[in-house]
Design a protein around this ligand. Structure first.
Ligand code: BEZ
Length: 328
């Protein structure tokens, strides 16, 4: 984030502090699936603290990490009824309900984490959020993200073709299921908190994952073959229940939007900053590394495109935005 942007956010938040004082005090609940050490959870805690400070103690946010309130499908239901106020969600569950969001998971839509960050900050990606109130009854505040997707496996995988027939853990959502089905593997949907045990007890042969989670959740202890493929970006979205949003004053809406957006944006910054060094950390471990690129996934990508070009109307616009970023 630029210095100017930080100053602007601070100034907006400061000017809202006084005018928010008369608004109704709220005790918000924010759910997410990531464990306490994860950057998303840290950002949720930082947002909670800053909202409390900037509302002069009026608003509190209790953060429930690690699926304490249920998996994402359950949290989406709670957000729809207003039983849950806020969440940081993978786009996975959203794309199951609003297929246009599946376009964000187009294989090799972007080549690296910097392009992913730029695309998620683009107007084209931001406009997608306008579909959330009508599509799922939530207000999309902004995007965060995790690192680019890789494949970690128990046995050596010399190329994507070697994943055929393998039980491969995926985050539970359709675009990634279709990608690995097209590759000939057996995608096994499993939320993040269950992954370590599934690898340890042999329930899965391999996992679709990012560098950060492989390191902080120590998945490399249970599988020591890493296929560095960077095949997809992994957006996250910060949302507020539509029902809850309607009850907020205009000042509170602006305060929540401004602060949550700035913490989501910091998540993007942090993943951008650490991606290369985390790759180096993994390369320094005692694990076998293989690299793969778009050409080695060509057939699976073609099959994915055939399905998702019909389902996700925003695919062409996102591809154009990504091409502009690559060419800039
Ligand atoms: C996953 O499902 O792989 C995942 C979810 C949230 C953050 C990082 C990874």
């Amino acid at each position: 984030m630029t210095k100017f942007k930080r100053l602007l956010i601070a100034a907006t938040a400061a000017s809202l502090t006084l005018s928010s004082l008369s608004a109704q005090a709220r005790d918000f609940r924010l759910g997410l699936i990531t464990p306490p050490p994860h950057i998303w959870t840290q950002a949720a805690n930082d947002f909670a603290q800053e909202l409390n400070e900037k509302s002069a103690g009026q608003h509190k946010v209790s953060v429930f990490p690690a699926q304490q309130l249920g998996n994402e499908a359950q949290m989406v239901q709670q957000l729809q009824t207003g039983a849950l106020d806020m969440a940081f969600l993978t786009i996975a569950e959203i794309s199951n309900r609003v297929p246009d969001f599946g376009a964000l998971y187009a294989p090799y839509l972007v080549d690296d984490i910097d392009q992913a960050a730029a695309l998620l900050r683009s107007d084209t990606a931001t406009q997608l959020l306008e579909q959330l109130p009508g599509g799922v009854g939530m207000v999309g505040i902004g995007y965060g993200m995790a690192g680019m997707r890789q494949v970690l496996s128990r046995e050596e995988v010399t190329s994507p073709a070697a994943l055929q027939g393998k039980k491969l853990r995926i985050t539970p959502f359709e675009p990634i299921r279709d990608f690995y089905t097209a590759l000939g593997s057996a995608p096994t949907p499993l939320p993040l908190p269950g992954v370590y045990d599934a690898l340890a007890n042999g329930q899965v042969d391999a996992i679709d994952m990012d560098f950060d989670s492989i390191l902080i959740l120590k998945f490399y202890e249970r599988a020591n073959n890493l296929l560095i493929s960077n095949h997809m970006m992994f957006p996250m979205v910060g949302v507020v229940s539509g029902r809850v949003w309607r009850e907020l004053s205009e000042d509170d809406k602006t305060l929540v939007r401004t602060l949550m957006r700035s913490h989501l944006d910091s998540v993007i910054d942090r993943f951008q900053q650490q991606e290369k060094s985390q790759e180096q950390q993994l390369r320094a471990l005692d694990i076998r590394i293989t690299e793969a690129d778009r050409s080695t996934f060509a057939d699976a990508i073609n099959s994915w495109e055939t399905t998702w070009s019909k389902k996700a109307g925003s695919l062409d616009a996102l591809r154009q935005a990504a091409a502009d970023i690559k060419g800039s």
